[in-house]
Design a protein around this ligand. Sequence first.
Ligand code: PLP
Length: 359
Amino acid sequence: MHKKLWIPGPTEVKEEVLKQQAKPLFGHRSKNFTELYDSVLTQLREFFKTEQHVLVLTASGTLFMDIAARNLVRPDGKALCCVNGSFSSRMYDAIDGSGKEAELFEVEWGKAVTVDMIKEKVEATKYDIVTVCYNETSTGVKADLKAIGDLLKNYPETLLVVDAVSSMGGDMLLPDEWGTDLVFASTQKCFALPPGLAVGIVSQAALDRAKEVPDKGLYINLEKILGYYEKKKQTPSTPNISLLFALDYKLKEMLAEGAENIYKRHKEMADYTHEWALKHGFGLFAEEGYRSVTVTTVDNRVKNLDVDALNKALGEKGLVIANGYGPFKGKNFRIGHMGDHTVEGLKELLSAIEEIWGL
Ligand SMILES: Cc1ncc(COP(=O)(O)O)c(C=O)c1O
């Protein structure tokens, strides 16, 4: 039996979206492909109200971490990596692992790296980039990205690199207004598509920086990828055309619903889940004021109920949620309410949990 995915990615994909992938292929050097890719990028620009460069890679979102490391940090430059969970820590690993200098700035899991903390760091040191995870999926903490962007507008040499893997297309994101330089996501989260594509939005300042940085490799060379698009309106290597059909279709739906309405739907799901958790005597793991709208991390430490047993019972009802991440397995559980999910569906899930646990 299929288990409806209430995990924070991959999330549920509608059948009509899955079916888009079964369309007959054409070559990636054909006019058909140029039209498809241009349609995808045009819709992304419209959805995110951006005039920045947009690209879609055949990869998962993590590749953009390597892109940030290899393209945006100068050989003698330094990155400030704000870490408050597993995925922001992965960004630090990518930069550190590329041989570039990365400063780990870490706060406790469940807490946010605040704009004031970042202000203190950038006032004291010149960084090539600051990396921030907009929505730390391991903890359910979201960053105040607008405030961080506003701060960094005062430091034009410092680019803002944002992992928005689990919130782009669900939470609000305005790259131009907020001043992000590289913001990226994977398709299996709020776009409600299968995994396999990664979307990136790149400022002109970021592209200019990439032009200045040597040894950028091939597949992850921003200058080459964006330059190829500029010249040919295509991708330098063969992309996953089947998934691009699905993305093109999905973006039409997203534009019809509208970014603000999508955000409202996600916020409503988050608020409903938060109230439900508190009503039943659980805690919320994420710091107040910084709670994600796409994933709720419920603190199970007071009630200490068996999350694995819950998931087994949910499975029999065709549902699945996520356990706590890493060291918080069993101590937390996470509900991914992203993509096409609605409050109505969420109510069914939460009722099933109530019934299984006798809440
Ligand atoms: C915030 C965040 N960043 C990065 C990743 C990694 O994304 P991918 O597995 O698509 O490379 C994830 C995956 O869950 C994530 O939630």
